[in-house]
Design a protein around this ligand. Sequence first.
Ligand code: URA
Ligand code: SF4
Length: 211
Amino acid sequence: MTGKENSHTLDQQGAECHRAQLLELHDAVRQCRKCPLSETRTYAVPGEGNLSARVMFVGEGPGAQEDSEGKPFVGAAGRLLGELLSSIGLTRGDVFITNVVKCRPPGNRDPLDEEIARCLPYLRKQVLLMKPLLLCTLGKHALRTLVDSNLSISAVHGKLFTKGNYRFFAMYHPAAALYQQKLKETLAGDFITLRKHLEDNELLLPPVHQQ
Ligand code: URA
Ligand code: SF4
Protein backbone atom coordinates (compact mmCIF):
# COMPACT_ATOMS: atom_id res chain seq x y z
CA MET A 1 0.00 0.00 0.00
CA THR A 2 1.40 3.45 -0.90
CA GLY A 3 1.47 6.29 1.58
CA LYS A 4 -1.29 8.05 -0.33
CA GLU A 5 -3.67 5.12 -0.15
CA ASN A 6 -2.84 4.78 3.49
CA SER A 7 -3.66 8.40 4.31
CA HIS A 8 -6.88 8.12 2.29
CA THR A 9 -7.86 5.14 4.42
CA LEU A 10 -7.05 7.10 7.56
CA ASP A 11 -9.22 10.01 6.35
CA GLN A 12 -12.07 7.62 5.78
CA GLN A 13 -11.60 6.16 9.21
CA GLY A 14 -11.67 9.67 10.67
CA ALA A 15 -14.87 10.50 8.82
CA GLU A 16 -16.45 7.20 9.86
CA CYS A 17 -15.60 7.85 13.47
CA HIS A 18 -17.25 11.28 13.43
CA ARG A 19 -20.20 9.82 11.60
CA ALA A 20 -20.71 7.28 14.36
CA GLN A 21 -20.41 9.99 17.02
CA LEU A 22 -22.89 12.18 15.17
CA LEU A 23 -25.41 9.37 14.83
CA GLU A 24 -25.03 8.66 18.54
CA LEU A 25 -25.54 12.36 19.31
CA HIS A 26 -28.66 12.44 17.15
CA ASP A 27 -30.05 9.43 19.02
CA ALA A 28 -29.39 11.28 22.29
CA VAL A 29 -31.36 14.27 20.95
CA ARG A 30 -34.29 12.02 20.03
CA GLN A 31 -34.43 10.75 23.62
CA CYS A 32 -33.58 14.06 25.31
CA ARG A 33 -35.69 15.29 28.25
CA LYS A 34 -33.47 18.17 29.34
CA CYS A 35 -36.09 20.87 28.87
CA PRO A 36 -39.90 21.13 29.00
CA LEU A 37 -40.18 21.14 25.19
CA SER A 38 -39.74 17.36 25.45
CA GLU A 39 -43.19 17.17 27.06
CA THR A 40 -45.05 18.69 24.13
CA ARG A 41 -43.02 17.51 21.13
CA THR A 42 -43.98 14.57 18.91
CA TYR A 43 -40.48 13.97 17.52
CA ALA A 44 -37.25 15.77 18.33
CA VAL A 45 -35.48 16.99 15.18
CA PRO A 46 -31.69 16.59 15.42
CA GLY A 47 -31.01 17.69 11.83
CA GLU A 48 -30.52 16.14 8.43
CA GLY A 49 -28.19 16.19 5.46
CA ASN A 50 -24.59 15.51 4.61
CA LEU A 51 -22.65 14.73 7.79
CA SER A 52 -19.45 16.03 6.21
CA ALA A 53 -21.01 19.11 4.62
CA ARG A 54 -19.00 22.32 4.12
CA VAL A 55 -22.10 24.38 4.88
CA MET A 56 -24.49 24.06 7.81
CA PHE A 57 -27.84 25.90 7.94
CA VAL A 58 -29.23 26.71 11.38
CA GLY A 59 -32.88 27.70 11.80
CA GLU A 60 -34.88 28.50 14.90
CA GLY A 61 -36.74 25.35 15.87
CA PRO A 62 -39.05 22.73 14.39
CA GLY A 63 -42.56 23.76 13.31
CA ALA A 64 -45.67 21.56 13.15
CA GLN A 65 -44.64 19.58 10.06
CA GLU A 66 -41.08 19.09 11.33
CA ASP A 67 -42.43 17.93 14.71
CA SER A 68 -44.66 15.33 13.08
CA GLU A 69 -41.89 13.96 10.80
CA GLY A 70 -38.76 14.41 12.94
CA LYS A 71 -37.05 16.21 10.05
CA PRO A 72 -35.96 19.86 9.71
CA PHE A 73 -37.47 22.32 7.25
CA VAL A 74 -40.02 20.02 5.64
CA GLY A 75 -42.98 22.48 5.67
CA ALA A 76 -43.59 25.59 3.57
CA ALA A 77 -40.43 27.38 4.77
CA GLY A 78 -38.48 24.21 3.98
CA ARG A 79 -39.79 24.13 0.41
CA LEU A 80 -38.57 27.70 -0.05
CA LEU A 81 -35.19 26.76 1.45
CA GLY A 82 -34.99 23.88 -1.04
CA GLU A 83 -35.75 26.25 -3.94
CA LEU A 84 -33.13 28.72 -2.76
CA LEU A 85 -30.54 25.97 -2.47
CA SER A 86 -31.33 24.73 -5.94
CA SER A 87 -31.07 28.31 -7.29
CA ILE A 88 -27.36 28.17 -6.42
CA GLY A 89 -26.83 24.60 -7.60
CA LEU A 90 -27.10 22.87 -4.21
CA THR A 91 -29.46 20.24 -2.86
CA ARG A 92 -30.46 19.48 0.73
CA GLY A 93 -28.14 16.48 0.51
CA ASP A 94 -25.13 18.76 -0.09
CA VAL A 95 -25.57 20.66 3.18
CA PHE A 96 -26.53 19.92 6.78
CA ILE A 97 -29.73 21.52 8.09
CA THR A 98 -30.57 21.89 11.76
CA ASN A 99 -32.02 24.30 14.35
CA VAL A 100 -31.07 26.11 17.55
CA VAL A 101 -33.65 24.12 19.52
CA LYS A 102 -34.34 20.56 18.48
CA CYS A 103 -37.94 20.29 19.75
CA ARG A 104 -40.96 22.34 18.66
CA PRO A 105 -41.97 25.23 20.89
CA PRO A 106 -45.77 24.87 21.35
CA GLY A 107 -47.77 26.93 18.88
CA ASN A 108 -44.50 27.93 17.18
CA ARG A 109 -43.76 30.50 19.87
CA ASP A 110 -40.19 31.79 20.12
CA PRO A 111 -37.86 29.46 22.02
CA LEU A 112 -37.15 30.70 25.58
CA ASP A 113 -33.61 31.62 26.64
CA GLU A 114 -33.64 28.71 29.09
CA GLU A 115 -34.64 26.24 26.36
CA ILE A 116 -31.95 27.55 24.04
CA ALA A 117 -29.36 27.26 26.83
CA ARG A 118 -30.37 23.64 27.53
CA CYS A 119 -30.29 22.65 23.88
CA LEU A 120 -27.22 24.52 22.67
CA PRO A 121 -24.67 21.83 23.68
CA TYR A 122 -26.16 19.59 20.97
CA LEU A 123 -25.58 22.19 18.25
CA ARG A 124 -22.10 22.91 19.59
CA LYS A 125 -21.26 19.21 19.42
CA GLN A 126 -22.64 18.94 15.88
CA VAL A 127 -20.42 21.85 14.84
CA LEU A 128 -17.37 20.42 16.61
CA LEU A 129 -17.81 17.04 14.94
CA MET A 130 -18.67 18.33 11.45
CA LYS A 131 -16.38 21.37 11.41
CA PRO A 132 -18.27 23.10 8.58
CA LEU A 133 -16.52 25.83 6.62
CA LEU A 134 -19.53 28.07 7.08
CA LEU A 135 -22.62 28.27 9.30
CA CYS A 136 -25.59 30.05 7.71
CA THR A 137 -27.87 31.48 10.36
CA LEU A 138 -31.54 31.62 9.29
CA GLY A 139 -33.40 34.35 11.18
CA LYS A 140 -32.69 36.30 14.31
CA HIS A 141 -32.60 33.47 16.85
CA ALA A 142 -29.76 31.60 15.18
CA LEU A 143 -27.93 34.88 14.51
CA ARG A 144 -28.25 36.12 18.08
CA THR A 145 -27.51 32.77 19.68
CA LEU A 146 -24.51 31.92 17.54
CA VAL A 147 -22.96 35.27 16.63
CA ASP A 148 -23.98 38.17 18.85
CA SER A 149 -27.15 38.80 20.87
CA ASN A 150 -27.19 42.50 19.89
CA LEU A 151 -27.30 42.03 16.14
CA SER A 152 -30.30 42.93 14.02
CA ILE A 153 -30.95 40.70 11.03
CA SER A 154 -32.16 43.59 8.86
CA ALA A 155 -28.82 45.33 9.43
CA VAL A 156 -26.48 42.38 8.92
CA HIS A 157 -28.12 39.91 6.51
CA GLY A 158 -25.79 38.98 3.66
CA LYS A 159 -22.69 39.59 5.78
CA LEU A 160 -19.97 37.24 6.93
CA PHE A 161 -18.87 37.10 10.56
CA THR A 162 -16.01 35.34 12.28
CA LYS A 163 -16.27 34.09 15.82
CA GLY A 164 -13.79 31.71 17.37
CA ASN A 165 -12.80 29.14 14.75
CA TYR A 166 -15.97 29.51 12.72
CA ARG A 167 -17.44 31.72 10.04
CA PHE A 168 -21.07 32.69 9.90
CA PHE A 169 -23.26 34.07 7.14
CA ALA A 170 -26.39 35.91 8.30
CA MET A 171 -29.63 35.35 6.41
CA TYR A 172 -33.32 36.08 6.87
CA HIS A 173 -35.46 33.12 7.87
CA PRO A 174 -37.27 31.62 4.85
CA ALA A 175 -40.55 31.62 6.86
CA ALA A 176 -40.35 35.42 7.06
CA ALA A 177 -39.81 35.60 3.31
CA LEU A 178 -42.75 33.32 2.45
CA TYR A 179 -45.36 36.05 2.40
CA GLN A 180 -43.19 39.11 1.77
CA GLN A 181 -42.00 39.35 -1.81
CA LYS A 182 -39.41 41.98 -0.97
CA LEU A 183 -37.78 39.80 1.72
CA LYS A 184 -37.88 36.84 -0.64
CA GLU A 185 -35.89 38.82 -3.21
CA THR A 186 -33.43 39.91 -0.52
CA LEU A 187 -33.00 36.32 0.63
CA ALA A 188 -32.51 35.11 -2.96
CA GLY A 189 -29.85 37.81 -3.39
CA ASP A 190 -28.09 36.66 -0.23
CA PHE A 191 -28.00 33.11 -1.59
CA ILE A 192 -26.20 34.44 -4.67
CA THR A 193 -23.69 36.11 -2.34
CA LEU A 194 -23.33 32.81 -0.50
CA ARG A 195 -22.59 31.01 -3.76
CA LYS A 196 -19.94 33.60 -4.58
CA HIS A 197 -18.23 33.10 -1.20
CA LEU A 198 -18.24 29.33 -1.69
CA GLU A 199 -16.91 29.58 -5.26
CA ASP A 200 -14.22 32.10 -4.40
CA ASN A 201 -13.12 30.11 -1.38
CA GLU A 202 -13.10 33.46 0.41
CA LEU A 203 -14.01 31.53 3.50
CA LEU A 204 -10.45 30.37 3.78
CA LEU A 205 -9.15 33.96 3.88
CA PRO A 206 -8.77 36.10 7.00
CA PRO A 207 -11.96 37.62 8.43
CA VAL A 208 -13.69 40.14 6.20
CA HIS A 209 -16.16 41.38 8.79
CA GLN A 210 -15.61 41.26 12.49
CA GLN A 211 -17.97 42.52 15.16
N1 URA B 1 -38.49 26.82 10.88
C1 URA B 1 -37.32 26.57 11.51
O1 URA B 1 -36.71 27.43 12.08
N2 URA B 1 -36.86 25.32 11.48
C2 URA B 1 -37.49 24.32 10.86
O2 URA B 1 -36.97 23.20 10.90
C3 URA B 1 -38.70 24.62 10.20
C4 URA B 1 -39.18 25.87 10.22
FE1 SF4 C 1 -33.63 18.34 24.76
FE2 SF4 C 1 -33.27 20.37 23.12
FE3 SF4 C 1 -35.51 18.97 22.98
FE4 SF4 C 1 -35.09 20.56 25.07
S1 SF4 C 1 -35.32 21.22 22.93
S2 SF4 C 1 -35.82 18.45 25.16
S3 SF4 C 1 -32.86 20.37 25.35
S4 SF4 C 1 -33.44 18.24 22.53
